[in-house]
Design a protein around this ligand. Sequence first.
Ligand SMILES: Cc1cc2nc3c(=O)[nH]c(=O)nc-3n(C[C@H](O)[C@H](O)[C@H](O)COP(=O)(O)OP(=O)(O)OC[C@H]3O[C@@H](n4cnc5c(N)ncnc54)[C@H](O)[C@@H]3O)c2cc1C
Length: 530
Amino acid sequence: MEDFATPGMTKRDLLTLIGRTAGATAMYMAMASLDQAAASTFKGPVKLEGDAKGASVLILGAGVAGLVAALELSKAGYKVQVLEYNNRVGGRSWTLKGGDTYTELGGATQKCEFSEGNYINPGPWRIPHTHYGVMHYCHELGVALEPFQQNNFGAYLHSTKAFGGKPQRYRTIHSDFQGYVGELLGKAVKQNALSDAVTSEDAAILLEALRGWGALDKDMRYVKGRASADRRGWDKDPGGGLTAEPIPSEPLSLSTVLKSGLWRAIGGNVSLDHQQAIFQPVGGMENVAKGFERKVGNLVRLNSKVTKIHQDEKGVTVSYDDTKTGEHLMAQADWCVCTLPLTILSQIEINVSPTLDAAIHAVPYLPGLKVGLEFKRRFWEQDEFIYGGITSTDLPISQISYPSYKYGSRGPGVLLGAYSNGSYAYEFTTLPPEERVARALEWGSQIHPQYKSEFMNGIAVGWHRVPWTQGCFGIWTEESRATHYKNLCQLDGRIVLAGEHASFIGGWQEGGITSSIDAITRLHQRVQAG
Ligand SMILES: Cc1cc2nc3c(=O)[nH]c(=O)nc-3n(C[C@H](O)[C@H](O)[C@H](O)COP(=O)(O)OP(=O)(O)OC[C@H]3O[C@@H](n4cnc5c(N)ncnc54)[C@H](O)[C@@H]3O)c2cc1C
């Protein structure tokens, strides 16, 4: 699931962090048991072997799940038609650029004023290398990828409750936290406090490892000196000639680091979904959808709002409105792959089994908000040497992410000025868009004082007001999954559901893709079986 920094900290956070620091494998296994880890089951190109027997399939929704279904089913010989509400393909795989307009529920319309070449992805923005399905389709469809800067040691960690609200470089907190944990562990080993867990032979190896890992001195202390400064930064940087000699910086105290709470944002990049290498499509996430469009765009009917889905023993009939002309229309096919988000599907008349109906109504969606801000210049690069990456904060904006493209360019730049969830996202979303932008600007200026004088324009997407999704993505609990997940994914008569909500990789495009492949494979087997 996509990550969000949540303001505030708990004792559990510290344990979690130590768990991460101590072992990514242990953390991964713990996360897997909570359905949070996101290794993909994608196993290479889809092969639907055998005859499609002249069958037709209606696909509802042209997000990545619908587009994969359209591509693979049409390759296998099915007659395919896709109905899509928007006037573009891609669904949540969406990019806002200068000249775009967006109207949310309630009618507020925003025009994106960004300069040429600048953009914001209101939904998906990064593609982990472990998302083999997305990577496969990007390669197959000629979608150019570039590195997404997930973890930047030069970006900030910020808390309103620490350091008088002054942001700290990630590298200083990371280095000091790791250094002191290394020193403490080293002390415990030396005092034989871990003798029941570590043999004396291993203890010697562990001490050697901790010295390197924590940047400790020869006495196993984390102190001011070359080793620590090489990680956390220098008071005076090394240079050349007579002024070359560097001056190491003084580490913060352990207590200061712990009380700051800033440690809680360390280690967010070790999960499978966030490890480097991680990518973004050149020019914005919409380019993933555009790759599919080049192949199957002719099969998609845009501006088509599905209003009713009816099946009987002969086939499926879908009622829809042409949102441009207002016409009420109908489409028919032998089978239906429905990828509409459950927030939408649960409001549409559909005759399915009671168990599928219950599943459709069982999954709430996460609230979320993203704000894109354009500034006259890239002051984060020019003044603060931050090239891409993410600053975390306990302010309601939760994070600021710097663009991983056009580094060093002159002229206006766009950054992600807020990406929040939970109650803050609801609160933000209730405000008019211009107020959301104004607040993101106000809060962000606590981290970057340049904000106010450099600001040009902004755009804010509150996901519960996105008419065609009404939320970010589905949230399963262990209980709801146990009760409803299999029912949600079963072929129900002539209808099968797909989409990120029908996956264990919720909140990622990979979930939409793998669920779609699974659904159409079962559908194809049913057709083969006659
Ligand atoms: C804020 C945010 C951040 C995210 N970050 C990432 C990320 O970094 N990386 C990543 O891989 N994923 C990310 N995701 C998740 C990713 O966007 C989704 O998992 C994926 O796009 C879902 O694809 P889908 O095809 O299942 O659904 P959608 O893309 O929602 O497609 C459903 C389609 O149905 C259409 N539709 C809706 N109602 C109707 C109707 N009545 N009639 C006809 N059509 C209709 C919609 O217009 C849409 O095109 C993020 C999502 C959000 C919201």
